[in-house]
Write a protein that binds this ligand. Structure first.
Ligand SMILES: C[S@@+](CC[C@H](N)C(=O)[O-])C[C@H]1O[C@@H](n2cnc3c(N)ncnc32)[C@H](O)[C@@H]1O
Length: 346
């Protein structure tokens, strides 16, 4: 990639190309729900059930059950009102084993696949399965400390980050008038900072990453000719102090974690910023009703399997930001099922 203009937005949206990969785990989770749990036949027999009833009947943990129910609403198999779940007509016809239109056998070939076994483990034990459900690998968080895994995974995030970063950089312009420094927490290759700085000459930035990704980020920043504008700080974002800044970028970071860690990161953001300081939260968001968009509900199945997080709605994050003294502007789409919102410290 020579003479590449980091400030130039892509002309096309690669959403579908990313969706094939992002929804890779959703079919296996459905196989588990239909065949291993026989969830839909059980709900049909009860007519209406609460989340707690489903959890205790099948021994399912809260985080993965939330992901499963979100997928069921987004797919149009379940409706939820005041935490009461019912089957739709579609599910009654095709997902209940006594129906002549039952499609369970269609999922038989994958119900014992390594990914389906990983989904079942996560559903019942709430711990991330191994990366790509390989027996000999660690979970994603541990794997990111290994040099060769971190290199491959950072390249994966970097390649989608070019178009996503450029589009995000255009979309956040209205919030940048008072901003001179950006702190990119869990920055990966730093592509989101590089694209932001390419469009904003007044900005300088600090990237905060753990080893060995910090070294990968350094090489990438030098490659993009950003070495004099971006500083790298190596550390643990939970344990170490964050440098002061006007604006914090949390891109694809919060969705790696469950609520206690998310609260800790938002609290650190509040402690780091002065009044008027901003946090840009960028990733794939569910809608506030948590019944879509379907591609994000499907992607959440991948995240719940490989990380300690899932996809969240803006409302879920906003409630925590408000507790820590922020005001959140409305969520906006960017590209490829991703988007952002900005939280301003009051
Ligand atoms: C999903 S990646 C997101 C990378 C980049 N922000 C993006 O949007 O593509 C999450 C990043 O958080 C980093 N990370 C995870 N735990 C961390 C910790 N305790 N301290 C610092 N960085 C951490 C990982 O190394 C990884 O690069």
């Amino acid at each position: 990639m020579t003479n590449f203009d980091l400030g130039k937005n892509p002309a096309t949206d690669p959403a579908l190309l990313l969706r094939y990969r992002d929804r890779q785990y959703a079919a296996d989770l459905m196989a588990v729900a239909i065949l291993k749990l026989n969830l839909f036949s059980w709900i049909d027999a009860q007519q209406v059930v609460s989340t707690k009833q489903i959890g205790s009947e099948f021994g399912l943990a809260e985080r993965p059950l939330d992901v499963l129910l979100t997928l069921c609403r987004a797919g149009g198999w379940v409706t939820t009102e005041a935490d009461q779940h019912r089957l739709t007509e579609l599910a009654e016809e095709h997902l209940v084993d006594s129906s002549p239109y039952y499609l369970g056998p269609y999922y038989e070939p994958i119900v014992e696949s390594p990914i389906a076994q990983g989904c079942y483990q996560v559903l019942t034990r709430d711990r991330p399965a191994n990366w790509q459900a390989k027996d000999d690998s660690n979970d994603w968080h541990e794997s990111m400390l290994d040099e060769s895994f971190a290199k491959g995974f950072t390249a994966l995030m970097n390649c989608r980050g070019v178009a996503m970063g450029q589009t995000l950089a255009s979309a956040v312009q209205p919030w940048l008038s008072d901003v001179t420094t950006v702190l990119d927490i869990g920055a990966g290759s730093g592509i989101y900072t590089s694209t932001l700085l390419a469009k904003n000459n007044q900005l300088s930035a600090t990237i905060f990453e753990q080893t060995p990704v910090d070294k990968i980020a350094h090489a990438e920043i030098v490659r993009h000719g950003m070495g004099d504008r971006i500083k790298i700080v190596s550390g643990d974002m939970f344990k170490d102090a964050w440098p002061t800044t006007d604006c914090i970028l949390l891109s694809n970071v919060l969705h790696d974690w469950d609520f206690p860690a998310i609260r800790a990161l938002i609290q650190k953001s509040a402690e780091t910023l002065r009044s008027g300081g901003k946090v840009i939260v960028h990733e794939a968001f569910l809608n506030d009703a948590k019944d879509g968009p379907l591609p994000v509900a499907e992607y959440s199945v991948l995240l719940v399997n490989i990380t300690q997080g899932r996809c969240y709605s803006p409302a879920e994050y906003t409630a925590i930001f408000e507790e820590f003294g922020f005001r959140c502007d409305p969520y906006q789409d960017t590209i490829a099922d991703r988007g952002f919102f900005v939280a301003t410290k009051l």
